[in-house]
Write a protein that binds this ligand. Structure first.
Ligand code: TEU
Length: 572
């Protein structure tokens, strides 16, 4: 059952199936492996499981290139395996969300194969365009191409058979669907209804703000040069229309499904519009702004830059304020596309790893919105020792290495960027215990297990009351129990402090019928590896305040916070 607004008190756990748990010894995680771990997930206390794609796929982008939306890739199992997982999740009160990847299909999808024939009625299911003055459609006269794809030199691929190019914003293996074509939309909605019928509880929608593209891509004419760049092609004029239509046609709201739209390049304004309940589009969106701050202005993710704390906490606060009156935030530091949070935003040294993982989680989970836990984040998994190009497998990382070295960037510089930001860091197998391959597989793992699994694994964490796992359990419980965590108004304090992350959550009144619930919380976090002193002013009075959850045994008013110490304090 899914009561109205249930997702506002939910915590979502993201599973990247190929790296979660292998059950058949082929070295790749699979669906029966997930089913085996349901009790662990129920013990953690999360409410929803989001599966990264398990559909049939050539696996060019690890499943984000789908060749059959209504079948399971044999790598991961069968539809029956998935039915068992859904049933097993529901038995434990867990919900299951599928990853909806409908901005593009695989180039092996039957729709695209048919679309290659210019005479096919499916020709306009994709973006086919003729060359412009002998150049690719998006680049009038410019050479080389200035229409980069995310994982390939160009977003346009020439098809000799038909003499035209097709658009693939990510890679040639991922041709973009043309959502201007009504049959594309109705076919997607039919597929979504089929999944709702199989008992799924919602969808995470991959790059969903790309489905409506600027005008230059909807006419038969050439692409408008201004829209050639990767992210200028998002947030087109019909986005809201398509999302509202999807909501109606699939019954997203009618069935109280949870929906989260992944929206690279979306601003607070776009999010406020798309998540405004009055518009019946989506429940929430994933923003990319905070995970694109640690790069040089105007550069790519590979152009590294340090990230002063005021910029990070200021961005999350901007999204809190922007969606305070209408709409809803999602909260994440980690996912399958980002390096591990404790290595990126915390300090993964042996001395500080546990405290910084707990404190980052405390800060994130005490913001207003739905928190997302990425597999392994709940016990502080770190980046892996990926230091030479042979260590990397991700299409995005390998493409960057190829393009950057060809453009003259030194191997050392390219590897420094990859070592810091590659998506591969999030794809090392989950470290379950200290047995061979960390209990992930009894075969040869598709990707190397991080050697630090002996000391960092779920089994040890489950047994240790002082572990990161135990802290996540407490944070999740706070969200389930306290209205002020779910609905309290957010206010950032000490915005310019470069060590302390401090904010309050406040209810106008205690929740009806539960008067002894806290009405106001203060979160204090030292997000640095050196001690931090509370300023004399700028914080509410702490005398007599109660420590609700802390990483250390300090009293709320203790003026000094240890490195990576955080406190959740009840003010009233
Ligand atoms: O990611 C969208 C996206 O923009 C990311 O590719 C991001 O820009 C990049 O990974 C940052 O390093 C979604 C999926 O989450 C991702 O795994 C897919 O590769 C991509 O879409 C294409 O489906």
């Amino acid at each position: 059952e899914r009561p109205d607004g249930w997702w506002r008190s939910a915590v979502v756990y993201q599973i990247y199936p190929r790296s979660f748990q292998d059950s058949d010894g082929d070295g790749v995680g699979d669906i029966p492996g997930i089913t085996r771990r349901l009790d662990y997930l129920a013990e953690l206390g999360v409410d929803v499981l989001w599966l990264s794609p398990v559909y049939r796929s050539p696996q060019v982008d690890n499943g984000y290139d789908i060749s059959d939306y209504q079948d399971i890739d044999p790598l991961f199992g069968t539809l029956e395996d998935l039915d068992e997982l859904i049933a097993g999740a529901h038995e434990r009160g867990l919900k299951l969300v599928m990853d909806l990847v409908v901005n593009h299909t695989s180039d092996q999808h039957a729709w695209f194969v048919e679309s290659r024939d210019p005479a096919s009625p499916k020709r306009d299911w994709y973006y086919w365009r003729s060359a412009r003055a002998g150049h690719e459609p998006g680049t009038p006269g410019a050479e080389p191409d200035d229409s980069p794809a995310a994982f390939a030199p160009s977003a346009w691929t020439f098809d000799p058979a038909s003499g035209q190019y097709y658009l693939g914003m990510f890679s040639p293996a991922q041709p973009d669907l043309n959502w201007e074509t009504p049959e594309v939309r109705s076919s997607v909605y039919e597929m979504m209804r089929w999944w709702v019928g199989r008992g799924v509880d919602g969808f995470r929608m991959d790059v969903i703000n790309l489905i409506s593209k600027p005008a230059g891509l909807t006419s038969s004419g050439p692409v408008d040069p201004g829209s050639a760049g990767f992210m200028q092609i998002a947030n087109g004029a019909r986005l809201d229309e398509f999302l509202a239509e999807m909501n109606r046609e699939v019954g997203l709201e009618k069935n109280n499904l949870i929906t989260v739209g992944e929206m690279p390049g979306a601003t607070v304004d776009v999010a406020r519009r798309v998540t405004d309940p009055a518009r019946h589009e989506l429940n929430m969106v994933f923003t990319f702004e905070h995970v694109e701050l640690d790069k040089q202005e105007g550069g790519s993710k590979w152009d590294l830059a340090d990230l002063p704390l005021p910029r990070l906490k200021g961005n999350l606060a901007e999204w809190q304020y922007g969606l305070a009156e209408a709409g809803w935030n999602s909260l994440y530091f980690d996912n399958h596309d980002q390096p591990r949070a404790v290595s990126r935003f915390g300090d993964d040294s042996p001395e500080h790893r546990v405290h910084s993982a707990k404190t980052l989680a405390t800060v994130l989970h005490l913001h207003k919105g739905t928190p997302y836990v990425y597999q392994g984040e709940e016990f502080g998994m770190t980046n892996a020792p990926l230091t030479e190009i042979g260590h990397f497998q991700d299409v995005e990382s390998l493409n960057y290495h190829t393009l950057a070295t060809a453009a003259g960037v030194t191997e050392v510089e390219v590897l420094r960027s990859l070592t810091r930001k590659s998506r591969d860091h999030a794809r090392t197998p989950v470290q379950w215990d200290d047995s061979a391959n960390a209990g992930f597989t009894d075969g040869t793992p598709w990707f190397g297990v991080n050697p630090n699994y002996v000391g960092i694994n779920a089994e040890d964490a489950r047994r240790d009351p002082a572990s990161v796992f135990a802290h996540f359990q407490k944070l999740i419980r706070l969200r389930h129990e306290l209205e002020v965590v779910r609905e309290g108004r957010f206010e950032l304090l000490l915005p310019d402090h470069d060590q302390l992350w401090a904010f309050t959550r406040t209810l106008e009144a205690a929740p009806a019928g539960d008067e002894d619930q806290p009405r106001a919380l203060l979160v204090l976090a030292n997000c640095s590896s050196t001690p931090a002193d509370l300023p004399a002013d700028g914080l509410p009075g702490l005398a007599g305040a109660v420590l609700v959850l802390g990483t250390h045994a300090s009293a709320p008013e203790e003026p000094r916070l240890a490195p990576w110490e955080s406190r959740v304090i009840q003010l009233g």
